[in-house]
Structure formats: C-alpha cells, structure tokens
Design a protein around this ligand. Structure first.
Ligand code: SF4
Length: 192
C-alpha cells in the first residue's frame, strides 16, 4: 500500500492516535489501528472497530471479514485494498469484540472525521450500523438505510452491511453487499 507521507497532517494524526488515551479502550488494546490505504483514494471504507487479528497486526480488516471485503472489492469494484482507504469508527479493539460504547465512539469520532476530511474521497462506504449511524447522524438501521446513496458534503455515502453480517447471513446479504459496492463504484466514476 502507498505509505503515509511523513510530515503530512494524516501522518501527524496517526501519530497522535497511536498514543491516544481519550477513552477506556486504551487500557485494553495491543495497539491503535488507525487506518490503511491510499491517502488520495476516491473510495473509503469505514467499519466498526478492530477485532483480535486487527489489534495484533495494527491493520484494519485483516481477519475473515477483511478477506471477504478484499474479495468483494476485487470482484465488484476491480480494486485491491491498496487503492482505497480503510478505517474504523473506533481505533482500538473493544474487549471480547463487544460493541463500542457511545462514550468510546464520541471520544474517537474526531479522528475519523479528520481522516474523511483529509482523504476527501468521492465515496465513503459505511460497513454496518455503527459507521452508518455515525456518519449519517441517524438512529435508523442499516437494513433500512442501504440500497441508495446519501450526499454528505462533497462526498457520497453508500451504506452497506458489515462483512461479518454477510459471513453470518449468507447469500442474500452478500448479494446486497455486492449491489452496494457496484453503486459505490459507479459513484466514483469508475467504469468496468
Ligand atoms: S478508541 Fe479512539 S479515543 Fe479511544 S483510546 Fe483508542 S484512539 Fe483514543
């Protein structure tokens, strides 16, 4: 993946996050999982929180969910993960992979908001309820929200399921994720 350029604000932000103690997740993480990918990407993915594999490796979406995301990205968008940017709502792993708590999300939110502002992607794909609700500022669920795009500033937001839901839910969820990624691809202006 293209390295983050030293001296840029994104690199500074990553360095700030690496020592962050703004919320209780700092006490239980192995390391902060800030985000990876191309800082100039047109397409950005936002998930929920690091899991065990991510916490150990310091990279988002490297477990089974990540492998599915990589496959869908290749098959539906024609891109490898190095060509997009991938981050999470919270940067530290919640113990036992529990859901992130509202105070943790609120504490971590400025990192994500600045990442989105600095990367300025054409399209943000939110993976699951936590990312979608945060970035769309809504209480509605992903099942209701997916299937269309939403303008947020200069960015189009495309909500879809978290890959873990597709791993659990099987073919129907997977087909809907595929359709959402095709929508995201079209919005970036990429042609087949
Ligand atoms: S989850 Fe976010 S706010 Fe909490 S300690 Fe980690 S980086 Fe800081």
């Amino acid at each position: 993946m293209p390295p983050m350029v030293p001296g840029t604000r994104l690199a500074e932000l990553a360095a700030e996050a690496a020592g962050c103690t703004r919320c209780p997740l700092a006490a239980t993480r192995t390391q902060v999982v800030f985000g990876v990918g191309d800082p100039g990407a047109d397409l950005m993915f936002v998930g929920e929180a690091p899991g065990r594999d991510e916490d150990l490796q310091g990279v988002p979406f490297v477990g089974r969910s990540g492998q599915l995301l990589d496959r869908l990205l290749a098959e539906e968008v024609g891109l490898g993960r190095e060509a997009v940017y991938i981050a999470n709502v919270v940067k530290c792993r919640p113990p036992d992979n529990r859901d992130p708590k509202p105070d943790e999300i609120a504490a971590c939110r400025p990192y994500l908001e600045e990442q989105v502002a600095l990367i300025a992607p054409k399209v943000v794909v939110t993976l699951g309820n936590f990312a979608t609700r945060l970035l769309l500022d809504t209480d509605q669920g992903i099942t209701k929200l997916r299937g269309r795009s939403y303008p947020v500033g200069a960015t189009q937001l495309v909500p879809t399921f978290h890959p873990a839901a597709a791993l659990r839910g099987g073919g129907v969820v997977l087909a809907q994720m595929r359709a959402d990624l095709v929508r995201a691809k079209q919005l970036t202006g990429r042609t087949p």
